[in-house]
Design a protein around this ligand. Structure first.
Ligand code: B12
Ligand code: SF4
Ligand code: SF4
Length: 221
């Protein structure tokens, strides 16, 4: 299959026009998911003939955007930054439709693993805090993905980085001690996070961010 450099450039240019930072847009080759994840987390499950997974990041420049609102029975709950990302995905899908390609936005929970997709697309590396770290913005980035049959030029997976070699700031900062022996434990994180939600209003709260805020990468942002 021949990948289309002109289409890739046009899409990146379009992303710039809708104010999505090029450093947070990535393209992952579905072949990298094959031996790594079960069927439910495979791009092909969501779009037959998929050629590219497009991953979009948004720099959380204000912590308020991280808030989840519990909503009501009619609307369900939503997160502010995620609503922005869903809107960006819909603009990109429209661009791809106009070029004659199919695409589908992947749901937040049941779909693809987002930070891993970003690492497979070359947007950054998985740090000691277990999160995707982008060189420009650090870990304070949130993601959404869409799958498409457009043959875009894909990035190179990033498997390691030197940043964390001599640093332990995120682990020291974790109020739940959720990194016993340096390995992330999701139950410890989950239990602490939900017992210590920062309430913004009656129905809106922010989960712990300590292992992000401690990170030195992207601090100038
Ligand atoms: C379930 C979930 C949670 C659960 C469980 C977390 C977990 N990691 O299991 C809870 C509620 C505890 C949680 C907490 C948080 N979460 Co959360 N969470 C998710 C969700 C929905 C799925 C995560 C998942 O299961 N990943 C897959 C498993 C396999 O990954 P893992 O075991 O964590 O990590 C492995 C891989 O990274 C792998 N690995 C290591 N190096 C490499 C390199 C490559 C190339 C690859 C492919 C893999 C790889 O090894 C790791 C260890 O096994 C994602 C959204 C999504 N759809 O992906 C968001 C997500 C991961 N969460 C996110 C965030 C920000 C948080 C919190 C900071 C809370 C907050 N304020 O939002 C904390 C941080 C916890 C931490 N330090 O990891 C962001 C991360 C953004 C980023 N920069 O990475 C995501 C992507 C959501 C988003 N909006 O963008 N989360
Ligand atoms: S989100 Fe908070 S509790 Fe979870 S690992 Fe990070 S610092 Fe620890
Ligand atoms: S705080 Fe240090 S060890 Fe933790 S993810 Fe950032 S660079 Fe790596």
């Amino acid at each position: 299959m021949i990948r289309d450099a002109i289409l890739t450039d046009e899409l990146l240019k379009f992303c710039g026009e809708i104010k999505v930072d090029e450093k947070l847009v990535g393209f992952a080759d579905p072949k990298y998911f094959k031996d790594r994840y079960p069927e439910q987390f495979q791009p092909e499950t969501y779009l037959t003939g998929v050629q590219t997974v497009v991953i979009i990041g948004f720099h959380l420049f204000d912590l308020g955007l991280d808030a989840w609102c519990l909503g009501n029975e009619e609307n369900g709950s939503f997160q502010f930054v995620d609503q922005i990302l869903v809107f960006i995905c819909s603009r990109i899908r429209k661009f791809l439709t106009n070029k004659g390609y199919n695409s589908k936005t992947i749901s937040y929970k049941a779909g693809l693993y987002l930070k891993e997709t970003a690492a497979l697309a070359g947007i950054g590396f998985i740090g000691r805090n277990n999160l995707l770290i982008n060189e420009e913005y650090g870990p304070q980035v949130r993601f959404r993905a869409l799958v498409t049959n457009a043959p875009l030029i894909c990035g190179t997976p990033v498997n390691e980085s030197d940043y964390c070699n001599s640093c332990n700031l995120c682990i020291d900062a974790c109020p739940a001690n959720a990194f016993p022996n340096g390995i992330y434990n999701k139950d410890l994180c989950n239990n602490y996070g939900y017992s210590n939600l920062k309430m913004v209003s009656k129905q809106t709260s922010i989960f712990c961010n300590a292992c992000i805020q401690a990170c030195i990468v992207g601090k100038k942002r």
